[in-house]
Write a protein that binds this ligand. Structure first.
Ligand code: SF4
Length: 260
């Protein structure tokens, strides 16, 4: 498997939980706001030393609520992921999968095999946030809706993350997504941020749509009116989902702003 690293104890990758987090490389989407695009594109990646990972997980298993796998899109390496999860199962630690929910066949295999206990996903609204041509985004959006239904059908708890953009009408697609869900979910609103805090894939897109203002409170109000539990990430916390974490990113993007 190709990885960009892991963190043996993380407090920021699943809301309110302690995780052992592994980042896997590759992705089928090209989200313009993505600050993990080097991982998504397979840069800064190396073969996973599975034995070392499992030994480290085993020695810290009493500390964590979930073994959490993120990326990139972990299901790009789904065959290897199934065998990794099967080995993690032997350590008796619950498994959390962060996926964009568009790689449906492999997702069904993992859920059907009982290898996932918790799912996290981004509801990217409108689907232009996938960063692909219009026809593809429509297909991907429908796959995503099917993915939400699958997670509900299997009764898995879901962390539904919503990247909040500036100047886009996000609500119709958010409502459409919520209609596919059961009751065991909560929403985390992630205001999109750009430089100097992150290094988004498409800086021009980000200059128009990152750093939302009133949009965050407006979405929170609408969700709460529907009775949905909502958490809002502060900008500092948004730097989860990177194996380097805040320290390295601030060093890279604040102290050396000219670096890509
Ligand atoms: S934000 Fe997630 S789904 Fe989108 S390109 Fe980045 S890793 Fe892939």
């Amino acid at each position: 498997m190709l990885t960009s690293g892991w963190k043996s104890v993380s407090m920021v990758d699943v809301h309110g939980k302690v995780t052992f987090t592994l980042w896997l490389c590759g992705c089928n989407l090209r989200c313009p706001f993505c600050h993990n695009w080097t991982i998504a594109e397979g840069l800064d990646c190396f073969p996973l030393d599975r034995r070392t990972l499992l030994d480290e997980l085993e020695s810290g298993v009493f500390l964590v609520d979930y073994f959490h796998v993120t990326g990139g899109e972990p299901l790009m390496q789904w065959r290897e992921l199934i065998s990794l999860f099967a080995e993690v199962r032997l350590l008796d630690v619950p498994i959390s999968l962060n996926t964009n929910l568009t790689i449906i066949g492999p997702l069904e295999k993992l859920l059907g095999a009982g290898l996932v206990d918790h799912v996290a996903t981004d509801l990217k609204a409108p689907p232009e946030l996938y960063g692909l041509p219009t026809g593809a985004t429509e297909r991907l959006w429908n796959l995503f809706l099917r993915g939400l239904e699958l997670v509900s059908d299997y009764g898995l708890p879901l962390e539904l993350r919503i990247p909040v953009a500036k100047g886009l009408n996000q609500w119709p697609h958010i409502e459409e997504g919520l209609r596919r869900l059961g009751t065991d979910f909560y929403v985390v609103l992630n205001p999109l941020v750009g430089k100097p805090l992150t290094n988004p894939r498409d800086e021009e897109w980000c200059s128009k749509h990152c750093w939302p203002g009133a949009e965050v409170g407006e979405l929170k109000r609408k969700l709460e009116e529907l009775g949905v539990g909502v958490y809002v990430n502060s900008f500092g916390e948004l730097l989860r989902e990177t194996p380097r974490g805040l320290g390295d990113l601030t060093k890279k993007f604040i102290n050396s702003p000219k670096e890509p």
